[in-house]
Design a protein around this ligand. Sequence first.
Ligand code: SAH
Length: 266
Amino acid sequence: MDKSLAALNLPPFEKGWVWLVGAGPGDPGLITALGLKAITEADYILYDALVDERLLALAKTGVGMIFAGKRAGVRSCKQEDISNLLADLAKKGGRVLRLKGGDPFVFGRGGEEAQALAAARVPFRIVPGITAGIGGLAYAGIPVTHRDTNHAVTFITGHGSDGKLPGLDWKALGKGSQTLVFYMARKYAGEIADALIASGRKPDEPAAVIANAARAGQAVTVTDLKGLGAAASSAPALCILVVGENVRLREELDWLGKTATALNPA
Ligand code: SAH
């Protein structure tokens, strides 16, 4: 493993830099080579609740491990404090790793943290990760796109910055995108389904709730649009919702359900 990683000629993790890295949706095997390198070389790691502990265990001895996520729905520190801490640690000469679940730029506030670093003139690198809306579907055996079912996919958050359902143009979304993938949408799943039906989507269009995707306890419920609210409310809290004909493909492609040992559970 080490030999092949060296052959990749990865960029150095320099002192005074912040790397904003996506850890993927759960399974630690889904992190990138750059992400792994960052974990083993970082002086400080600020990590979110969704990051697998086995990844953190790869850090070097003496690393400064700082939890900067949410526990029981409560943020351990303010967004502003996290951004300031990243900049301060880098300015002191540390190699600072900001490790987030999924992809840092997909509904993960990575953009805000990068803006703060840019404003503080701290050099940073963005290392993308596999977002839950792609990796989670893959682990549920649902292709994000397929020529027979959808030529477009839209990622949507069900949770605006004020905690309410975002004021989106639901009519346009319903008509404009064949497949819709929702993050942070468990609470408003019923309202979302109603808005989509009102936009002209069929009540019996396939839908799925993918909970704990690529983690221990992965649970996929296939339902239809009219059943989405009920399916979401009985699902575990960490879940994404999918609406679209591509959900049907799971009947053929549920590879994980057929190979129980394929998941790398915590
Ligand atoms: N940056 C992350 C998303 C952060 S928002 C990414 O790219 O994946 C947090 C939301 O992501 C959760 O509310 C849930 O909707 C979704 N999510 C993240 N990881 C998940 C997982 N393993 N299984 C299901 N949903 C997940």
